[in-house]
Design a protein around this ligand. Sequence first.
Ligand SMILES: *Cc1c(COP(=O)(O)O)cnc(C)c1O
Length: 390
Amino acid sequence: MKSNKLGVNTVCTHVGEIKDEQFKGAISPLYMSTSYAYENVDVKRYPRYFNTPNQEALGKKIAALEHCEAAMLFGSGMAAVSTTMLAFLQSGDHVVVQKTIYGGTYNFIVEEFPKYGIEFDFTDGFTEADFKAKIKSNTKVIYVETPSNPLMLITDLEMIGRIAKANDLVSMIDNTFASPINQNPSLFGIDIVIHSATKYMGGHSDICAGAVASSREHMDRIWNLGKNLGGSLSDYTVWLLERSIKTMGVRVKAQNRNAKKIAGWLNKHPLVERVYYPGLKDHLDHEIAKRQMNGYTGMLSFELIPTLNAQAFMQALVLIKQSMSLAGVESTILSPTKTSHALLSPEERERQGIADGLLRFSVGIEDKKDLIADLEQAFEAVTKKQMFPL
Ligand SMILES: *Cc1c(COP(=O)(O)O)cnc(C)c1O
């Protein structure tokens, strides 16, 4: 069966699976071997060469999900990001980076690139002019992330693909927030798609992994550096990740539905100043999101009215847990001011539109009525406490 003809849930469940010829078991066997016969074997199999049976099998599934020729698994999202960027950049090269990106990627660029003589510029915004303005004669790579954290701003992928082609740049995207269920950047001309598989691919807050999908040609280059840097993923985790991805379509679509309903509910709530969710018609980038996304994700942010204490609100939540990470089947929430953006000055946060009352909500698969009830009781508890402090 051609994998590009299959529906996404079938791809999640079956593509790449290893047949258990010996026992006819229902699932891919786990090959923990770090040593393989070299006689009569064309490929030298070794975990750090990213080519054990389980690594190859899951690579096929992820490549199919992202409509790419090849994919590789890494020990973390950052191993995927760092290996991919360094595979295409060397001393004297320049990279244009989207203004708002994952904090770990930002740190990697500003702390490490100067050591290797790699130049970089962050864009001032998200428009075509913002990206074009930063391209120089030595620019080799253009790097974006959409939807971005925490305001869920959307970068136009078709536009990025076009700019990259016109300027002979390799385009890369961190597609973590969307997941392959909601967005396939290769269909819009983006060359390399990166995921922190720790998030939606894993989906249960118990796996740390990364993935990259691209053409065979680009993947060969990433592989070459990858085997030297050594950021491969253990086969046991590869096998667990295969299991997780089987339900990714079902999970993510449930999260999309919950998030859309809750975003609409929050949007009408008198104690909420504004909601950032690309699925809402009044979101700044709704039209672009509609063009390039299959679903609007389970991620949203909302800002409480300034008189409401955001910390007290989060503490009053019962079902929805405070957590640094995201994309698990359980709903979690965090304050960017206190976590991801804590190191920025209050002025810089304000410039970026990150208010103290902003909360980032990773919506899970619980019943939406229970999530809404939890939010409502927290609103009530906090207003009561603020009106009648003990
Ligand atoms: C978590 C995350 C990463 C980094 O992934 P790790 O698995 O933690 O290394 C990169 N990009 C985005 C958007 C993320 O959310």
